[in-house]
Design a protein around this ligand. Structure first.
Ligand code: AVJ
Length: 322
C-alpha cells in the first residue's frame, strides 16, 4: 500500500505564490527562504553533498543510527514513524529495519517538499518493506504537520534528522517545535539529529567543498526562482560565500552579487535592484550543544530519554518523550 499526497505542488497554499520571496528580496539585507533550495534538482544536488568527503554530517549520523537504531526501537516499541524532510530516506533504512523486528506491519510517513525524490524513495521503500504502510506527503513541514494534528494514532514518533532544525532561526525553530508538540500526544516520541559545535575550519569546509557541489547547490536557489516565478537571475553574476559565524554558532551562506543590476521575477510582478557587492543571505545552519538542546526541549514539555553521539562527538541524536 503506497500513497502519495501532494499538498503544495505550487508552494502556494501557505505563502500566497511567493509572498515570502517578495518579502525576503525587498528587505535589507536581502534574504531568501531556505526551502527554495529544494526543487527536484536541488534535492539531487543535496544527495550529492551528503556523499562528499568534507560533508561529515550524513555519514556521522548514519553511523550513530546504524549502531543504535535497535536501542531506539526497543525504547519506543512499535509506533507510527513520521519523518520530516525525508529526502532519499537512506538513513531511515536503519530505523525501518529495527522497527520491522517489533511490528509485523509498521506505518511510515515520509514528508518532503521535493516531490521527485519523495516519489522515488516511497516506491523503493514499499518494495523493500512490503508489509509496511508507506505514505509520502509532498509539502512543507507546516502543511504536513497540520494534517497530522487531526490524525492521532496509538503511538507516534516524529523524527527530524540531518540537523535540518539548524536551518531554522530562533523564531522559526520555536514555531516548528510548538507545531510538533501539537501533533504528539503525551507519551509519544521525538527523535532529533543535531550537528554539534566544532572548529570553524571543519565547518566551513563542510559547506564549501573542493569539488564545487555545494556552490552549485547554493546557486540553484536562483535557478529555482527563475523557473518557478519567471525570473531572470543571471547565475554568473553571483558567487556563493560561506562563513561560520562563531558568535551565533551558525554557518551562513550568502550569494554575493558582483555587479549592480536589476532582476525581475515576472510571476511575482517584482523588480529587484542589486548593488555591486550586495549579498543575499540564503541559509543559516546552526550548530548545537547537546546539553542546551535538552534544556530547550524541556521547555516544550519533552523529557530526554537518551542521547547518542559518535566517538568524536561531532553529531548528536536526542530521543525525547512528549
Ligand atoms: C538540510 C540541514 C541537512 O544545513 O547541513 C548542506 C543543508 N546546505 N550544505 C545543512 C546544506 C548546504 C543541510 N541540511
Amino acid at each position: 500500500m503506497t500513497s502519495l499526497k501532494i499538498m503544495n505542488e505550487n508552494y502556494q497554499s501557505l505563502n500566497n505564490e511567493g509572498e515570502d520571496v517578495i518579502q525576503g528580496l525587498t528587505q535589507s539585507p536581502k534574504t531568501l527562504p531556505q526551502k527554495y533550495f529544494y526543487d527536484d534538482y536541488g534535492s539531487e544536488l543535496f544527495e550529492q553533498i551528503c556523499e562528499l568527503p568534507e560533508y561529515y554530517l550524513t555519514r556521522t549520523e548514519a553511523g550513530i543510527l546504524h549502531k543504535y537504531a535497535h536501542e531506539i526501537a526497543q525504547i519506543t516499541g512499535a509506533c507510527e514513524l513520521v519523518e520530516l524532510g525525508s529526502g532519499s530516506s537512506t538513513k531511515t533504512l536503519f530505523l525501518l529495519d529495527a522497527y520491522q523486528k517489533f511490528a509485523s506491519s509498521c506505518r511510515y510517513i515520509a514528508i518532503d517538499i521535493s516531490g521527485g525524490i519523495l516519489k522515488s524513495s516511497v516506491i523503493k521503500l514499499q518494495q523493500k518493506y512490503p508489509a509496511f504502510f508507506i505514505e509520502g506527503l509532498i509539502g512543507t513541514y507546516q502543511q504536513a504537520l497540520i494534517k497530522l494534528e487531526s490524525t492521532f494514532t496509538q503511538s507516534r514518533m516524529i523524527f527530524f534528522l540531518g540537523s535540518s532544525l539548524g536551518n531554522f532561526n530562533l523564531q522559526e525553530c520555536d514555531d516548528l517545535l510548538r507545531q510538533i508538540t501539537r501533533t504528539l500526544q503525551v507519551g509519544d516520541y521525538f527523535l532529533l539529529g543535531i550537528d554539534l559545535q566544532k572548529p570553524k575550519e571543519i565547518l566551513e569546509q563542510a559547506y564549501n567543498d573542493s569539488q564545487g557541489v555545494t556552490a552549485a547547490f547554493d546557486l540553484n536557489i536562483l535557478s529555482h526562482l527563475n523557473w518557478r516565478f519567471q525570473g531572470n537571475f543571471d547565475l554568473n553574476l553571483f558567487t556563493p560565500q560561506v562563513i561560520y559565524n562563531q558568535n551565533n554558532a551558525q554557518i551562513e551562506t550568502y550569494l554575493h552579487c558582483q555587479k549592480s543590476h536589476k532582476v525581475s521575477l515576472e510571476a511575482l510582478d517584482l523588480q529587484v535592484l542589486f548593488a555591486d557587492g550586495e549579498s543575499i543571505l540564503t541559509q543559516i545552519s546552526r550548530k548545537f550543544d547537546l546539553g542546551i538542546m535538552q534544556k530547550q526541549l524541556e521547555t516544550y514539555g519533552f523529557k530526554t530519554l537518551k542521547t547518542w553521539t559518535d566517538p568524536k562527538e561531532w553529531f548528536g541524536l536526542v530521543l525525547c518523550q512528549a
